[in-house]
Write a protein that binds this ligand. Structure first.
Ligand code: SF4
Length: 702
């Protein structure tokens, strides 16, 4: 047992009754200690019900099998959160997992992966936040913070190297997420402490509540609601220790190569694609103001209306002026030169950090302008809500109102002006007042509760979760598979390195593939070379079914590797021709974490924990029927082709016809324990293929 002391001058904020337990860390350590590289080898386990804190040494074998971040989070969720556990049960865990390489000098490696059971989808959620929190936790000496139980009162956690406390947060009740971070930093006199906090939405268990962290947020799938349910207002970290790297010189050499390549790519944007796809990261959203593509191709309102000729010189100038008048400075996440975010100060409102596409989500949902969007986003950030779901939910409510499904009786006191209505609805939702209490569960659950045909209006969901308002014409087979089977449940975060559309001319395609060294296999170059905008080799039948499976598998693999290593997708799996790829990642892992890694082994590890994510969801009832994009995402749909795509992809992944990993594929990945659980629960039988086909999709079709 290691005795620890509370930080000086903070005794008064610690609950007196639990102080003894709460200021003691007990250590549980493995036998046969070995030097750990890149990771600390310790998790912090906090039982909020009992006020117990433990520092637990982890098994290095798990790092080899599941890497870290998402991979080991998925393993912990599998081991400790059976499907009977409800999202708001004390037995649900909330896991803050740093990526394996976070805290090392790898550029842009700063992601925290937050895992729990989502109140909205009732499936595994794994939202990510950038910023500074993950490296800080590593420097404090921990790879993960695992919360279980529920605190009797609102608290915050203060992790200051070896000193860990559960502290009273009653004075922070109802405070905004950004405001909370500032108050805690002042109270602790620790301006460098990194604070992950919830706002009012999390406290009130709004199903799309986020966790905000200074320059970033973990927004999707309602993880902030689970934090609020556990009565944790914030998790605060300060760390000043070192992280060991296995082969420092080799590692720094790799980091320098990445930096050089970032510089090269910044100076050489990719020609022939829209602005947002030309470079790395997403600095275009804040640093540049060309929103022609988004405003003309994404949908406005409740994801219904396309405004083809919206963008013109006048609007471009007005929006540029708005942005420049409110933007204080461009900022980056930890150890990254890309400056994707910006601090924004709307007139008369406090400064907040705007990131990525939430710049436009409120604007477009309300059919308004950028000034409105940046203003309401400030309130939304303080309340701590997801910038994708929230505008959709509000636009959905107003569409119901316009169509008489919700009436004045449901909306007493709602202002008459459009923008006022959005502010009014936001307030009602985060406070769960009146109709806001229904809407706070998201469009899927709200529609069910409202009835009267409201379900028709909750039309832009995947697996019960709101998506960005994008509607297109012709089915794209690659995107069909990504949307249908992606368990991040987010249409924008599973895109990848294969271009989204063919280049019109062959010579352009030839120029593109010339320096495309990131491809894991040369065949991808040929796939792209032969892809035409029109004719036989065009969507929906090209890329062919098999090619689509290959492309989706590659893209998904890169996302899963990023999410285990803690790498920002903006420098790896998301953009075209990124600095991190399948060929240098094994070297980073070998030199950084000291694990002997090659491309095959890395592919196998990613397949292993990808399958484990699916297994968690299968155990929670997810089946083929759930693997589908929003009904109206494409105007032109091809049911037979879509079935064939799913059939072939499932086989390719080692899943049966209902999307359940087979015993054989589980065995190959060393996941026999999953197969045993499936058999015990009747999800698979000894004669697995006939059983699962009979029990699900097969039956549904009859
Ligand atoms: S690319 Fe942008 S989002 Fe990614 S780590 Fe760098 S600054 Fe953050």
């Amino acid at each position: 047992m290691q005795k620890i002391r509370p930080a000086p001058g903070v005794e008064d904020r610690v609950f007196p009754a639990l102080k003894a337990a709460r200021t003691t860390i007990s250590q549980v350590e493995c036998k046969g200690k070995q030097m750990r590289y890149a990771e600390t080898g310790f998790n912090l386990e906090i039982d909020l019900t009992r006020g117990n804190i433990e520092r637990v040494e982890t098994d290095p074998r798990d790092t080899e099998l599941y890497l870290g971040g998402l991979g080991t989070n998925a393993k912990i969720l599998w081991d400790r959160v059976p499907p009977e556990v409800e999202p708001f049960s004390p037995e649900n865990l909330l896991i803050f997992g740093t990526g394996l390489l976070c805290g090392t000098p790898a550029v842009g490696c700063n992601r925290t992966i937050v895992t729990t059971v989502s109140p909205q989808t009732r499936l595994m959620a794994y939202s990510m936040m950038g910023g500074f929190w993950a490296p800080e936790l590593k420097y404090a000496g921990y790879d993960k913070v695992i919360l279980r139980g529920k605190s009797p009162d609102l608290v915050y956690l203060w992790i200051n190297n070896d000193k860990v406390e559960i502290r009273d947060a009653s004075h922070l009740q109802g405070k905004g997420a950004v405001e909370t971070a500032e108050l805690i930093q002042q109270e602790l006199n620790e301006p460098k402490a990194q604070v992950a906090a919830i706002g009012l939405a999390g406290e009130n268990r709004v199903y799309f509540a986020s966790i905000e962290q200074g320059r970033s947020s973990a927004s999707r799938l309602g993880i902030g609601a689970v934090m609020g349910d556990k009565r944790v207002k914030a998790v605060v970290v300060r760390g000043t220790k070192d992280i060991n790297v296995a082969k420092p010189l080799e590692y720094l050499e790799l980091c320098n190569e990445v930096l050089e390549y970032i510089k090269f790519r910044n100076e050489n944007p990719i020609p022939g694609v829209m602005t947002i796809l030309q470079g790395l990261g997403s600095p275009q959203e804040m640093a540049t103001h060309d929103e022609k593509w988004h405003t003309e191709n994404f949908m406005w309102g409740n994801s219904r209306l396309r405004r083809r000729d919206f963008w013109n010189e006048e609007i471009a100038k007005a929006w540029k002026d708005t942005m420049e008048s409110m933007q204080t400075r461009l900022i980056s996440c930890y150890n990254c030169p890309m400056k994707c975010g910006a601090t924004i100060t709307p007139p008369g409102q406090p400064t907040y950090m705007m990131k990525c596409f939430s710049k436009l989500t409120y604007t477009m949902a309300a059919m308004s302008d950028l000034e409105f969007g940046l203003g309401i986003a400030q309130s939304a950030t303080e309340y701590g809500v997801d910038g994708f779901s929230t505008p959709q939910v509000m636009a959905f409510a107003l569409e119901l109102y316009e169509n008489g499904i919700l009436t004045d009786d449901d909306m007493p006191g709602m202002p008459s002006d459009n923008e006022g209505r959005f502010y009014w609805l936001l307030d009602k939702i985060v406070r769960r007042e009146g109709i806001g209490d229904v809407l706070a569960n998201g469009t899927y659950w709200a529609a069910k509760e409202i009835g009267k045909g409201a379900e028709e209006y909750a039309h832009n969901n995947i697996k019960k979760h709101e998506q960005l308002p994008l509607k297109l014409s012709m089915l794209n087979p690659v995107y069909f598979l990504m949307y249908a089977t992606g368990e991040k449940i987010n249409i924008t975060q599973i895109e990848g390195q294969f271009p989204q559309a063919p280049y019109p001319k062959r010579e352009h395609r030839e120029a593109f593939v010339k320096d495309w060294f990131q491809v894991p296999d040369e065949k991808f170059k040929q796939y792209f070379l032969d892809w035409e905008p029109r004719g036989e080799n065009s969507n929906p039948y090209y890329p062919t079914v098999q090619m689509s499976c290959d492309i989706v598998d590659w893209q998904e693999r890169m996302h899963y590797i990023d999410d285990a290593l803690g790498m920002c997708a903006g420098l790896s799996s998301f953009p075209l021709k990124p600095p991190y790829h399948m060929h240098n990642y094994p070297k980073f892992i070998s030199a950084g974490a000291g694990i002997d890694m090659d491309e095959d082994k890395l592919t196998q590890a990613a397949r292993r924990y990808r399958t484990l994510v699916r297994a968690n969801n299968i155990r929670r009832g997810m089946r083929r029927k759930d693997d589908k994009p929003p009904e109206n995402h494409w105007k032109k749909r091809f049911p037979e082709l879509e079935e064939e795509l799913l059939d072939t992809y499932y086989k390719f992944k080692g899943w049966n016809n209902d999307g359940i990993p087979t015993k054989e594929s589980l065995h190959e990945l060393g996941l026999d324990y999953v197969a045993e659980d499936f058999v015990q629960r009747g999800i698979l039988t000894d004669d697995e293929d006939t059983s699962s086909e009979e029990t699900s999709a097969g039956k549904e079709k009859k």
